[in-house]
Design a binder for this molecule. Structure first.
Ligand code: ASP
Length: 440
């Protein structure tokens, strides 16, 4: 059995957190490969080392002094080393990085040093070999991950290393330059390592005990999700529920490796298990979660006999495509079709798009609804459970919320309702209450 563990920034923010991480790793011999983030926030107003590094780069680019900001970075790392009682000396390398920034080295290189140094410290503390991501995570000339080369090299390197600490977030371009993933990208590194080593599980350690059924900023104390499928996760993340970098799912999903989201500060919690398939449905849970977001616009189009007009839908979408607009949902009736678009995409273009549509598809009626919110009720258990939609609609009706649009995805994994953005919070609370599992 092999486990790959990734620890996020708050899990490695100071020496105390490092000790918790070491205790977690040492608790099980299967926990052999560790991917580490840069030191994150220790308290709410604190600064992430990655942000400080990017700030240094921005200051240097504008030819401003950055000594003070860089000192804060060095202090963070040297503080951790000292508090852990290590004899490791990274000062000469820190000085080299500072000089490189002064000399205009690339932004990604600078951003990646948080992971680099933190992983070196963790490796030293654990007495486990350090493997630089620059030696095993490869990007192609197009800037995309070279999965094949990465897989082969990682597989070969790790075959000779029973244990390793690998920095997350970055890799190397064919020309030898460092390139990072997008922010939060250490999750992706963890997933790539898990796939290459054919891990039995990818444990993603963070500062929450997994995913919750709803956004805790909106709902008081929402119930945790014990198990969720990749598909459900994708639906909920699209609506803004984030615990994991979106691209982190693909490598492990391909090889059916489950992801377990765990809390470094409460290792006794089971966290959330993300799996490719599960038959497990708990009696008290019809839905897995509810999430939503505001900022949508719906363009409603009606035309007599649209139903029998070949190519109508295509022409509607083509018209949008020509203006570079992507659609999010496309509910349709017999002679109606509604295109739901992210409002940002229509900024400054709405009138033009409506005029285009009038010309291209000659609707009898065309109406635009701005300031909409979408709420998605997601759950694999919905397929076999009658009355889920009725419950959603009743919850909204009780609050006198008018439903502008309904879309039940063909996967039957979700029901999406469009409502006025002003009703968003009330709607989310009402739906959650309707489906809240009974407290034991
Ligand atoms: N340190 C990087 C960030 O702050 C990457 C990561 O933590 O995953 O985005």
């Amino acid at each position: 059995m092999v486990k790959v563990l990734k620890f996020g920034g708050s899990s490695l923010a100071d020496a105390e957190q490092f000790r918790k991480v070491a205790a977690i790793i040492n608790a099980e011999p299967e926990r052999r490969y560790v991917v580490a983030s840069a030191p994150g926030k220790r308290f709410f107003e604190d600064e992430k080392v990655t942000d400080l590094l990017l700030h240094c780069h921005a200051l240097a680019t504008d030819r401003n002094p950055f000594d003070e900001t860089f000192r804060r970075i060095s202090d963070r790392f040297n503080g951790i080393i000292k508090d852990l009682g290590l004899s490791l000396n990274i000062q000469p390398e820190l000085d080299q990085v500072k000089e490189a920034i002064q000399n205009g080295i690339g932004k990604d290189y600078v951003a990646s040093r948080g992971e680099y140094f933190n992983s070196m410290i963790l490796a030293d503390f654990l007495q486990v070999p350090f493997l630089d991501a620059a030696e095993c995570i490869f990007f192609g000339n197009d800037g995309k991950l070279d999965s094949k080369k990465t897989h082969t090299v990682l597989e070969n390197r790790l075959a000779m290393m029973p244990r390793a600490v690998i920095p997350g977030f970055y890799g190397i371009l064919p020309g030898g330059e460092i390139k990072t993933f997008s922010r939060g990208g250490s999750d992706i590194t963890g997933s790539i390592v898990a796939e290459a080593i054919e891990a039995d599980i990818y444990e993603n350690w963070t500062d929450v005990s997994g995913m919750l059924m709803a956004d805790p900023r909106i709902i008081d104390n929402p119930a945790p999700i014990d198990i969720i499928t990749y598909r459900e996760l994708r639906e909920l993340s699209y609506m803004g529920a984030t615990v994991l970098h979106e691209d982190a799912v693909f490598p492990v999903r391909r090889s059916g490796i489950p992801i377990n989201i765990r809390n470094t500060n409460r290792p006794e919690d089971k966290g959330t298990m993300i799996v490719s398939h599960t038959e497990e449905k708990s009696k008290d849970r019809i839905i897995t979660g509810v999430a939503g977001k505001t900022g949508f616009t719906a363009i409603y189009i009606e035309r007599d006999m649209m139903n029998s007009e070949l190519g109508y839908g295509r022409r509607v979408l083509e018209t949008l495509e020509r203006r570079g607009i992507n659609f999010e949902h496309l509910p349709s009736g017999i002679d109606t079709v509604t295109v739901v678009v992210n409002s940002k995409e229509l900024e400054g273009k709405l009138d033009l798009v409506v005029a285009d549509l009038k010309r291209a598809v000659r609707p009898d009626t065309i109406r635009v609804y701005e300031d909409l919110a979408m709420v998605a009720v997601v759950g694999r258990g919905m397929i076999s459970e009658p009355g889920v939609a009725a419950k959603v609609f009743t919850a909204l009706a009780k609050e006198h919320i008018n439903i502008r649009m309904i879309d039940q995805g063909s996967s039957e994994l979700n029901i999406i309702v469009g409502i006025a953005a002003k009703d968003y919070l009330t709607a989310l609370k009402a739906i959650y209450k309707e489906f809240e599992p009974k407290k034991l």
